[in-house]
Design a protein around this ligand. Structure first.
Ligand code: SD4
Length: 331
């Protein structure tokens, strides 16, 4: 007779009990692990980096009307891409040091499919182009001119992404051409979003104009699968904001998902992710990183280098801007 050991997760949240892979302690070693069907419906949830409440509200609207996590994250982050007062994402994003707005974005679905655009110009919604790359091509990443040409072929319109405000700021910046980041107003507030839909499926999206006044051609972590974003539908998802070079060096989002796979909570995994980065940057205080993660149970967590990073969460429990604890207590 077979004796099954059920893995109990003491901190299952309102997201409900989930389908948990159970290793049967049976004599037949070759028998595949079984899956216990969900006992309770999974509840939708959307989270995003920073206090982008309009984005999570949009994602929630999609989820609440039965939409997929993939549609929710795309439509959610599009709110910020279209908001010209957000000078770190999409149209109205600050330019590179040559005065060009160059956008990075990626998207990932429940099946591990992903699409990405890097160094994309003149297109207001890079996340939707990334989704087209995922769905309409055999590739994952399109860059620069090729990505832009592909976008036009897919029916996207050419737009001037500089606004009066960002043009003026750039003219001012040119006077000194000094390149430095200021913690939490680091010329960048990327939106990374993760969502779970009513089927319990996870998707993620990440979109940014990158570091303001960056060297022309620079690509950050945000469109790099595994760095700025990673989703594994069996485990959870993670996304990052902050100085992308440091996130790439640790393949941050992938690391966090893998730590969750090994049993860590989203909170613990984000803390280990930031600490891994700080170990490579001992004593350095001049940059911010914020990680955000969600697991298959709908539990969320975040951690950052300096105080100030928050994340938005929208579920049936409400719509909150959550404070995140940090590696350093005071900047
Ligand atoms: C980048 N990680 O391009 C992005 C910037 C960012 O909040 O996250 N801003 O490096």
């Amino acid at each position: 007779m077979q004796r099954r050991k059920f893995l109990k997760n003491s901190s299952l949240t309102t997201a409900g009990l989930l389908s948990v892979p159970v290793l049967a302690s049976c004599k037949d070693e070759n028998k595949a692990p079984e899956t216990v069907p969900p006992i309770q419906a999974v509840k939708p949830i959307a989270v995003c980096t920073w206090n982008f409440g309009n984005a999570t509200a949009k994602a929630w609207e999609v989820l609440n009307s039965g939409g997929s996590a993939l549609d929710a994250v795309e439509q959610g982050v599009m709110i910020e891409e279209a908001d010209v007062t957000n000078e770190t994402v999409g149209k109205g994003g600050r330019p590179d040091r040559d005065g060009n707005v160059t956008l990075d974005a990626c998207i990932m679905d429940k099946d591990g499919n992903c699409g990405s655009v890097v160094y994309l110009q003149n297109i207001a919604h890079p996340i939707s182009v990334a989704r087209k790359v995922m769905e309409e091509t055999p590739h994952i990443i399109l860059a620069g001119k090729g990505a832009e040409k592909f976008a036009y072929e897919q029916g996207f319109q050419k737009e001037d992404l500089l606004t009066e405000s960002t043009r003026k700021q750039y003219q001012e910046w040119l006077k000194t051409s000094k390149y430095e980041t200021t913690i939490n107003i680091e010329n960048h507030d990327t939106i990374g979003m993760l969502a779970i839909d009513a089927n319990g499926d996870i998707a993620g999206a990440c979109t940014t104009s990158g570091m303001a006044y960056k060297v022309a051609g620079r690509v950050g972590d945000s469109p790099i699968i595994g760095a700025g974003l990673y989703v594994d539908n069996e485990v959870g998802g993670a996304t990052a904001t902050g100085v992308g070079e440091e996130v790439i060096r640790t393949v941050g989002s992938f690391l966090i998902v893998e730590l969750m796979r090994q049993g860590m909570s989203p909170q613990e995994a984000c803390e280990v992710g930031v600490k891994r980065i700080m170990k490579k940057n001992e004593g350095r205080k001049d940059f911010q990183i914020g990680f955000l993660a969600i697991n298959k149970n709908g539990e969320t967590g975040g951690y950052c280098v300096h105080p100030g990073f928050t994340y938005r969460e929208y579920s049936e429990n409400g719509h909150e801007n959550r404070q995140v604890s940090s590696f350093y207590q005071k900047s």
